[in-house]
Each structure stands twice: as structure tokens, then as C-alpha cells.
Ligand binder design. Structure first.
Ligand code: NDP
Length: 451
């Protein structure tokens, strides 16, 4: 066997940096995984000689394309679209589409890389991918969004398929955008297949898909608390974001007896010491999604609430924190503040919301800390179930899906315990999730030989 393949971790990471210049998010994601995997594979010759980690950290392909569209004033606009197909060792590529000005190749490569492990953790046969565009839906009319989605799909359609690559929504892409894209796919190909998930119920969508990511992150939190003999009743929670994941996480916390104190958006955060009730959550959903409003309006709508401009909510004391907005929204200092204020558990609804320094703070403090790839896997899990329903050409009942979501989140939690139990009092969920996800994909890759 090729002994020279046994490069040490710093050398491996140096190579990742060199091969991916100007891609800090991708390098960060690989580093976080490699830190755990290196220890796990140190005595596993096959993984080394077959260069498995190096291969997983090199996407199968990155497709980049021009998206032209016309705005309401007749101006021609040009955006860049992408699809990163990271790994299909255990199933068709699967992962969301993001429309946000911050989208670039680095962000999508990190998301596709993370998605590969997350999808493996669900136990469903799905590979990892991610796509999107630097298109900013904010301030655009519905017609403009429709024209953009149609133009985006006019190129993307040739790279995807129900057994090839099945995109879904993500930041800036909800049910409406999925509808526009599915409509265009159907129009171009003349095929009605399960090529996208997150569809409307009338045309092949699954019940509980919109709720699944946020609900799943709270189920995972509840599973972690259970290992300490605790539950959510009477616990306070601080949530960032006010989109799909944040509002559904809040809803489930309220249902399970907890008290939600905050929401945020890119303008700042609101703090409601009286607790954000279901009625208030419904207002936020309506305001942010339908009216495309700002979270600061919450403070005018509900007495007792305050808005803090340009800040994240991590300074508000809480029992549990759920970052549900975007990547790197919680840094080392924020993590220290949370721990100092008595936060006992963190469940990541967003992808990689905590930067590397923050991850190390949580790990060192030995609090219950669930990384996004484990905690937010409920969304893609129900997307996987939507694919199954589309293949069967039938719709499953809500109760059945709710139970499957609960079971899948519990299964992911158990996988984390299997590989992340550090001692009798502490589980390293990051390590557990990384190793469990990696092992499944790696073993499939070994079976295929050098491809
Ligand atoms: P939405 O577009 O519905 O909501 C995103 C929220 O995050 C908004 O409140 C938005 O505020 C805020 N936000 C976005 N960027 C920033 C920023 N740079 N700084 C501060 N706030 C920001 O997206 P989702 O809820 O679907 O996704 C949120 C996170 O969850 C993402 O990391 C996504 O990848 C992850 N995720 C989503 C899944 C899903 O099923 N939807 C599945 C798994 C993970 P504003 O309105 O001001 O932009």
C-alpha cells in the first residue's frame, strides 16, 4: 500500500487550502470534518490508501452558468448560477438551491460537502449537492422572481433528474420559487417526475416538508436534553433568523413547553421577554414570507419587545440557543457569552452557523452542542421521503410522516452517540456526526474502487 498517502492533518489541510484558493468557507468546512476524521481513520489503511478523505473533499463536479433575465423595466440582468455535485456514492445528489447575494463557489462547495455527511446520517439513499445563484430576491416583484427562476432552470434542467440530482429550497428559495422552477422543468422536458422537492401539495409535495427542518432541530435538542434527564418544559430559547427554519423551530419549542425569546434577520434582532407565542410566530411567518417585511416591525407590533439594530441575539441569557439564519453568524466571542450566561445546549438549524473558534468554545465547555449536519437533517430527510412518495405516485399521511421524522432524528442522535461518546458524562456530537456520516459514504466509495 502507498505509505506516502499517510500525510498528517496539517499537511492535508495545507493541500486543501492550496487547491481551493479564495474559498474560506469550503476550507473551514473540510477542516472541521477532517479534525475528527483523521483520528478515526488513523489505523484504517484502506481509507488512507484509497485517498477517501481527499476524494470526498473534491466535488464530483461544479457546474457554473450564466443566467440572463429581464427586469420589470425591460433591463437585461445577468447573474451567475451554480450546481455543485459533491458526491453520489450512496444515492442521487440531493441538496437545496440558495438565492442570495453572498452565494459563490466557496459557499456552495461548503454546503454540498456538509450535505454529503448530513444526507448519509439520515439513513436514506441520498448523495450530496447544493446549488444557487447570487440573485437577490429582496425587492423583486413576483414576475421578476418567476422570470429569474425560469431562466435559471433553463440551464439547470440538463444537469438534474429524479435519479441524478434532486434540488430543493434553501435561503431565498421557498415553495413559490420551487413551483416556478418545477413548472419550467416540466415545460422543457415534458416529464412529470420528482426532480425537485419542497413542491406544493397539489403537484407532488410532501406534508410536513416546510416544518421538517425546524421541527427536526428541536427534536434533536430534546433528544440531547433527554440524555441529561431533562426536557424543554420551562426552558428559554434564543433563536436567530426569522425564515422557514427559525419560525418552525420556534413553533415546536412552544409546543413542547419552552419559551422563545428572540428572532433576527440581516437588520438586527428582536427580544420579547414575554415569550414569542404561536400567534406571534404566525405574524412573523406572514410578515417575513408573504409581506417580505423586516423583523424590526415586530417591536412595534408587540408591546414589551425591543429591536437591536445590526446585532445578533447571542447576548440574551437562555437555556438553549438555535442559530437558524446563516453560516458563521455565531463566533468565538458569542459562544463564550452564551456559555457564561448559562446556555446548556445549542442545536444548529442553519448550516455551519458557528465558526471554528465558536465550535471549539462549545466543545471545551462540554455543553450539549449539535452541529447542523445532524440537527437540521430533518428537512432533507422529509425531502427524501418526498422522493419516495413521488416514485410510488402516492402521498403518505401526516401522522406517518411525523413519526418517520421523529424516528429519523432519534436515529441520527443514536449514531452521534455511537461515535461521539467521549466519557460517561459527555458526547461530542460534532465528532459523532462527522464520523457516522463519513463512514457510510466512505465504505460505499471503497466498494466502487478508484472512480
Ligand atoms: P429563509 O430564507 O427562509 O430565512 C433565512 C433567514 O436568515 C432570514 O431571516 C434572513 O434574514 C436571515 N439571514 C440570511 N442571511 C443573513 C445574514 N447574512 N445575516 C443575518 N441574517 C441572515 O432560509 P431558511 O430558513 O430556509 O434557511 C436558514 C438556514 O437553514 C440556512 O443556513 C439554510 O442553509 C439552513 N437549512 C435550511 C433548510 C430548509 O429546509 N429550509 C434545511 C437545512 C438547513 P433576511 O430576511 O434579512 O435576509
Amino acid at each position: 500500500m502507498a505509505v506516502s498517502d499517510h500525510v498528517d492533518l496539517p499537511t492535508f489541510l495545507e493541500g486543501v487550502k492550496k487547491r481551493n484558493p479564495g474559498q474560506p468557507e469550503f476550507v473551514q468546512a473540510v477542516q472541521e470534518v477532517a479534525e475528527d476524521i483523521y483520528d478515526f481513520i488513523k489505523d484504517k489503511e484502506d481509507y488512507h490508501s484509497e485517498q477517501i478523505l481527499r476524494r470526498i473533499a473534491e466535488p464530483d463536479r461544479v457546474v457554473s452558468f450564466r443566467v440572463c433575465w429581464e427586469d420589470d423595466n425591460g433591463n437585461v440582468r445577468v447573474q451567475r448560477g451554480y450546481r455543485v455535485q459533491n458526491n453520489n456514492a450512496i444515492g442521487p445528489y440531493k441538496g437545496g438551491i440558495r438565492f442570495h447575494p453572498s452565494v459563490n463557489e466557496s459557499v456552495l462547495k461548503f454546503l454540498a460537502f456538509e450535505q454529503t455527511f448530513k444526507n448519509a446520517l439520515t439513513g436514506l439513499p441520498m448523495g450530496g449537492g447544493k446549488g444557487g445563484s447570487n440573485f437577490n430576491p429582496k425587492g423583486k416583484s413576483v414576475r421578476e422572481i418567476m422570470r429569474f427562476c425560469q431562466s435559471f432552470m433553463t440551464e439547470l434542467y440538463r444537469h438534474i433528474g429524479a435519479d441524478v440530482d434532486v434540488p430543493a429550497g434553501d435561503i431565498g428559495v421557498g415553495g413559490r420559487e420551487i413551483g416556478f422552477m418545477f413548472g419550467q422543468y416540466k415545460r422543457i422536458t415534458n416529464q412529470f417526475t420528482g426532480v425537485l422537492t419542497g413542491k406544493g401539495l397539489e403537484y407532488g409535495g410532501s406534508l410536513i416538508r416546510p416544518e421538517a427542518t425546524g421541527y427536526g432541530a428541536v427534536y434533536f435538542l430534546a433528544n440531547m436534553l433527554r440524555t441529561k434527564g431533562q426536557d424543554l418544559v420551562g426552558k428559554t430559547a434564543v433563536i436567530s433568523g426569522s425564515g422557514n427554519v427559525a419560525t418552525h423551530a420556534a413553533e415546536k419549542i412552544v409546543q413542547l413547553g419552552g419559551k422563545v425569546l428572540t428572532f433576527s434577520d440581516s437588520g438586527g434582532f428582536i427580544h420579547d421577554p414575554d415569550g414569542i407565542t404561536q400567534e406571534k410566530i404566525d405574524w412573523v411567518k406572514e410578515h417575513k414570507t408573504k409581506r417580505r417585511g423586516r423583523i424590526q416591525d415586530y417591536a412595534e407590533q408587540f408591546k414589551g419587545a425591543t429591536f437591536t439594530e445590526g446585532k445578533t441575539p447571542w447576548g440574551v441569557p437562555c437555556d438553549a440557543a438555535l442559530p437558524c439564519a446563516t453560516q458563521n453568524e455565531l463566533n468565538g466571542e458569542d459562544a463564550k457569552t452564551l456559555v457564561a450566561n448559562g446556555c446548556k445546549a445549542v442545536s444548529e438549524g442553519a448550516n455551519m452557523p458557528t465558526d471554528l473558534a465558536g465550535v471549539h468554545v462549545f466543545k471545551d465547555a462540554r455543553i450539549l452542542y449539535a452541529p447542523g449536519k445532524a440537527a437540521n437533517a430533518g428537512g432533507v430527510a422529509v425531502s427524501g421521503l418526498e422522493m419516495s412518495q413521488n416514485s410510488e405516485r402516492r402521498s403518505w399521511k401526516e401522522a406517518e410522516l411525523q413519526q418517520l421524522l421523529l424516528d429519523i432524528m432519534e436515529g441520527i442522535h443514536t449514531s452521534c452517540l455511537t461515535y461521539g461518546q467521549v466519557d460517561k458524562d459527555h458526547v461530542d456530537y460534532v465528532k459523532g456526526a462527522n464520523i457516522a456520516g463519513f463512514k457510510k459514504v466512505a465504505d460505499a466509495m471503497l466498494a466502487y474502487g478508484v472512480v
